[in-house]
Design a protein around this ligand. Structure first.
Ligand code: FAD
Ligand code: DHB
Length: 389
């Protein structure tokens, strides 16, 4: 087979790129290791930056998002019983949009299918060949049959554990990593959210986050030990711990119920440089990971797609390689700022196992500064709604 852009990975990055290219008549094939149902069963992000929503509109897939999503003009931050609001619209002139990654992915799959887009599921043994030559190709197996795609460019959208990043030779790649000594235990429950905006709660028992998907679907997280397993936490134990970590006024009105999903995610900051090698471009989690505090993972994947899509568009429409040549530099400049924000917000809100009493006082002082200082709130709001592309 032949295509212009071979896309490895059918998560949100790969699908969004494929759909955007389609709007410009640029052909692509998406290779996904899992089934569609499996990809759609992963419960992940829930907060979209304006840039992400703009890309969904540009890709012509925002009809359901525009009809069913929720606008959030601010968020609440608390420590113990002290709670305050950071107003995004006032301080940054924009809001964020609450719409789950599962729904984003569902809409993108529907659009690709409606356009007869080529997506191969259940692919195995994907190998990227000749990325540093003018004739790259990808080989893979489906149901025991080996296949080959010849292409102009390859987009590595295959997440943190994919094959694209390790295709770049180790002596070309430089990786930066920070692993945090805790995880997040997340649950979904068919209960009304405790509050109409998100609450990021610090406490001496650890971090908690109250989020949502809709009026009757809540998403809650608590910081947990990396040794914990989801099955160690009964629903009752989860709710009790959550209540201890959020302001008592919120705990008193929390509606609990059976959980319909429970999973643990580790927290990591990670960046690989460069994000391009020859004709291979890394996008999203294949190139970088942020800790989830501040909801930047999916949004940062989208900003990569913005830069790559525009680079490819410029190349195919005007013959100019400028956008592709500057891809890595432009994407990384924004990635590092987002890494900084996610690291800052994570460091501010979590209990660290080796934390001293002094460290705790510093966290409380910084939260108090954020509570009382408009410039600090503006800096947070500008980052939360998403830095410009
Ligand atoms: P992915 O979503 O990982 O998609 C990559 C795709 O590539 C997958 O479908 C995978 O099956 C496929 N693939 C992998 N290897 C191969 C291969 N060799 N061949 C073919 N296909 C392959 N972000 C937030 O903002 N908020 C959150 O609450 C949040 N929670 C998260 C929870 C978990 C457990 C994880 C892992 C991530 C979470 N994130 C969250 C991050 C966010 O979900 C990611 O940033 C986002 O999914 C990145 O999209 P992506 O398309 O780049 O990668
Ligand atoms: C969600 C996850 C986050 O990491 C975050 O900062 C906000 C919301 C969520 O899953 O709803």
């Amino acid at each position: 087979m032949k295509t212009q852009v071979a896309i490895i990975g059918g998560g949100p990055s790969g699908l969004l790129l494929s759909q955007l290219l389609h709007t410009r008549g640029i052909d692509s094939i998406v290779l996904e290791r899992q089934t569609k149902d499996y990809v759609l069963s992963r419960i992940r992000a829930g907060v979209l930056e304006r840039g992400f929503v703009g890309l969904m509109r540009e890709a012509g897939v925002a009809e359901r998002l525009d009809a069913e999503s929720y606008v959030h003009d601010g968020t609440l931050v608390s420590f113990g019983d002290t709670m305050f609001r950071v107003d995004f619209t006032k301080h940054a002139g924009h809001h964020v949009t609450v719409y789950g990654q599962t729904e984003v992915t569902r809409d993108l799959y529907a659009a690709r299918e409606a356009a007869n887009g080529k997506i191969e599921f259940n692919v195995e043994d994907v190998v990227i060949n000749g990325a540093d030559t003018d004739a790259p190709f990808v080989t893979y197996n489906v149901a025991g049959e080996e296949r080959r795609i010849d292409c102009d460019y390859i987009a590595g959208c295959d997440g943190f554990h994919g094959v694209s990043r390790p295709t770049i030779p180790a002596d070309v790649r430089k990786e930066y990593e920070k692993v945090y000594p805790f995880g997040w235990l997340g649950i979904l429950s068919e209960t009304p959210p405790v509050n109409h905006e998100l609450i990021y709660s610090g406490s001496e028992r650890g971090f908690a986050l109250c989020s949502m998907r809709n009026e009757n679907l809540s998403r809650y997280y608590i910081q947990c030990s990396l040794d914990d397993k989801p099955e160690d936490w009964s629903d009752e134990a989860f709710w009790e711990e959550l209540k201890r970590r959020i302001p008592s006024e919120q705990a008193d009105k929390l509606v609990t119920g059976p959980t319909i999903e429970k999973s643990i995610a580790p927290l990591r900051s990670f960046v690989t440089e460069p994000m391009r090698w020859g004709r291979l471009f890394l996008c999203g989690d294949a190139a970088h990971i942020v800790p989830p505090t501040g909801a930047k993972g999916l949004n940062t994947a989208a900003s990569d797609i913005h830069y790559l899509y525009n680079g490819l568009r410029q190349f195919y429409e005007d013959g100019s390689p400028e956008g592709l040549d500057s891809y890595s530099e432009k994407a990384l400049a924004r990635v590092w700022k987002t890494e900084r924000f996610s690291w800052w917000f994570s460091s501010l809100m979590h209990s660290f196992p080796d934390q001293t009493e002094f460290d705790l006082k510093m966290q409380i002082a910084e939260i108090e500064f954020l509570r009382t200082n408009e410039a600090a709130q503006k800096a947070m709001a500008e980052n939360y709604v998403g830095l410009p592309y």
